[in-house]
Design a binder for this molecule. Structure first.
Ligand SMILES: [Ca+2]
Length: 125
């Protein structure tokens, strides 16, 4: 009975904040050798991943993948250093994430829902 009540309360709270009840399930893993961008904090919501190689990047997240100004958390599961920009074509303000680093909530560094492009700056950083 107690468990059922907990489940009902959880579902109710999920509904209140506009999330499906399954939102608490495990985040989509970030494949090895890629950098992953998540629409929600703590690696939730829609996710895109990109295979890291020197000189690579996505100059415009609005094109094809519709991920402009969307990312709220990031995982770099690669050996590259990735620079994220607030504007397309690697312009505006930026921050970098090194090899095997992550940021669970881009509110923390002021880049939430702002990333419009990213580029691989180095390998082995
Ligand atoms: Ca932007």
């Amino acid at each position: 009975m107690r468990v059922k009540l907990f489940a009902a309360v959880t579902a109710f709270l999920a509904a209140m904040i506009g999330l499906p009840a399954t939102a608490a399930s495990a985040a989509t893993p970030c494949p090895s050798g890629t950098v992953c961008l998540y629409a929600d904090a703590n690696y939730g919501g829609r996710m895109i991943y990109y295979t890291v190689s020197l000189g690579g990047g996505i100059p415009n997240l609005a094109h094809d993948i519709s991920f402009n100004d969307t990312a709220s958390s990031i995982i770099n599961n690669s050996n590259g250093v990735v620079r994220f920009w607030t504007d397309a074509s690697y312009k505006g303000y930026y921050f970098e994430i090194g090899t095997l680093k992550w940021n669970s909530n881009l509110v923390n560094n002021g880049f939430n829902d702002l990333i419009s492009s990213f580029e691989v700056r180095a390998i082995g950083g």
